[in-house]
Design a protein around this ligand. Structure first.
Ligand SMILES: Cc1cc2nc3c(=O)[nH]c(=O)nc-3n(C[C@H](O)[C@H](O)[C@H](O)COP(=O)(O)OP(=O)(O)OC[C@H]3O[C@@H](n4cnc5c(N)ncnc54)[C@H](O)[C@@H]3O)c2cc1C
Length: 405
């Protein structure tokens, strides 16, 4: 199938609305909540309501949708562009506004992607649309998510969870946490399942909130699960312990949904930096021309155009991965390529934009220095740069994780 990125009028309108929200709501409070870390941005409540209605965010494959999109949704060339591309376009705009604020938008947590990836229709009914954070990382399990130690033991009609979860984005503010735990540590990856835990569950104890380099508007919480009891029906998907590949594939599908979105966040913040740098260079009398050879233009122009080209590559890869998800084409490799490239581009572009603008770029009167701080996390969470490269290599070489680590 040939890639066709044409979007429906409805999706274009949603993306335009996301841009307007980013410009008029997020940008004006961007610096305020960067400085006031751990203060909840109340301005987001109204905006979140509008976003939820418009369904701008919320990527992933929803099992309530038919396996094949309805014929009416398909374009004449067979393309079906929908939820994932809409989410990507919306996220790019919102993160052009502010990545940290976007990450703490009520009801838009990455946990919903995890729910959509493995939940049953009944679970989607119960948990869909709620603000859900994703809790995978533990003190001894970051990049190697299969090494998690949090346990889930069935006791009557409940699972009892014990362990520790760290760096949970929106962990304190979300309504639900999707917690990864193992049913049997000796059974390996196939025993790892995700469980929905209500934030007000007494067994879920907030340990502390992190102080961070960037995305300070977003809360990052550490928890202890202390005999945390959840109903049996809160195990997402099937409780069966299957073979390693099959069992873990369900939870890993979450990343196929979320990585293109993180790539989109990177594309958004990098575009913000490029646009502001262009304005500042122009104000300083530097003319950026695409017609004249780079050799006869200033080095600042050559650098700027190279950054733009790199950004465009990241943007197209993010769109490709989201398009594949919309069209039900397995996108594990494309999702990792998109995230690896776009996140690297974002850290590179935002830092170089600071450099291109000199003292102005480094000062707090501009958001450039903030964007450089905010961008860094996009190359860390949802799998670091190195882990994306590992995933790509394993897939291309047909190697299991035990063979290539
Ligand atoms: C602000 C913030 C928000 C976060 N939000 C969430 C969240 O919502 N939910 C959640 O579950 N987690 C979250 N995380 C955790 C994040 O996903 C992890 O930090 C990340 O996966 C890396 O794990 P680690 O920190 O344990 O680093 P490690 O795994 O210890 O890695 C350290 C370094 O070694 C490299 N490395 C590791 N293994 C390999 C290898 N095999 N080959 C080559 N290099 C390797 C890594 O790339 C990295 O550079 C968040 C983290 C932060 C900082």
């Amino acid at each position: 199938m040939t890639i066709n990125l044409e979007l429906s009028e409805k999706i274009e309108t949603l993306i335009a609305q996301a841009h307007a929200a980013a410009e008029h709501v997020l940008r004006p409070i961007s610096r305020k909540y960067d400085s006031a870390e751990h203060t909840y941005p109340v301005e987001l409540d109204t905006l979140a309501e509008l976003v939820a209605q418009a369904n701008v965010a919320g990527a992933g494959y929803d099992r309530r949708e038919a396996k094949e999109p309805a014929a009416a949704e398909r374009a004449a060339d067979g393309n079906s562009n929908g939820r994932n591309l809409a989410s990507l376009g919306g996220l790019i705009e919102m993160c052009w506004g502010d990545v940290g604020l976007m990450l703490t938008m009520p009801r838009q947590g990455l946990g919903q992607a995890a729910i959509r990836a493995v939940a049953t229709p009944e679970q989607l009914e119960r948990f869909g649309g709620k603000w859900a954070a994703m809790a995978i990382t533990e003190p001894e399990a970051g990049s190697d998510s299969a090494a998690i130690r949090t346990t889930a033991v069935l006791d009557g009609d409940e699972y009892v969870l014990n362990g520790e979860k760290i760096f949970v984005t929106s962990g304190d503010r979300a309504e639900l946490l999707v917690v990864w735990a193992t049913l049997d540590r000796s059974a390996g990856r196939g025993a790892i399942k995700s469980f929905v835990v209500e934030r007000d569950n007494p067994g879920l104890k907030l340990d502390r909130l992190e102080h961070k380099l960037g995305i300070r508007a977003s809360d990052t919480a550490n928890f202890v699960l202390d005999n945390c009891r959840v109903p049996k029906g809160n195990l997402l998907g099937s409780p069966e312990i299957t073979t390693a590949r099959e069992g873990f594939a369900g939870v890993m599908q979450t990343f196929d949904n979320t990585r293109p979105m993180v790539a989109g966040m990177a594309v958004g913040v990098a575009r913000a930096a490029l646009e502001r740098t262009r304005e500042l260079l122009t104000e300083a009398g530097v003319e950026i021309s695409y017609d004249r050879p780079l050799a006869v233009q200033s080095s600042a122009v050559a650098e700027f155009i190279r950054l733009e080209a790199d950004w465009e590559a990241g943007r197209l890869l993010a769109y490709k991965a989201a398009w594949m998800a919309d069209n039900r084409i397995p996108n594990t490799v494309a999702a990792s390529i998109a995230k690896a490239k776009a996140a690297r581009v974002a850290t590179d572009v935002t830092l170089r934009c600071v450099a291109l603008c000199g003292a102005v770029g480094y000062g707090e009167d501009e958001l450039l220095e903030k964007w450089a701080r905010d961008a860094k996390i996009l190359d860390i969470f949802e799998g670091t740069q190195q882990i994306q490269q590992l995933v790509i290599a394993r897939q291309l070489l047909g190697k299991a994780s035990s063979e290539l680590r």
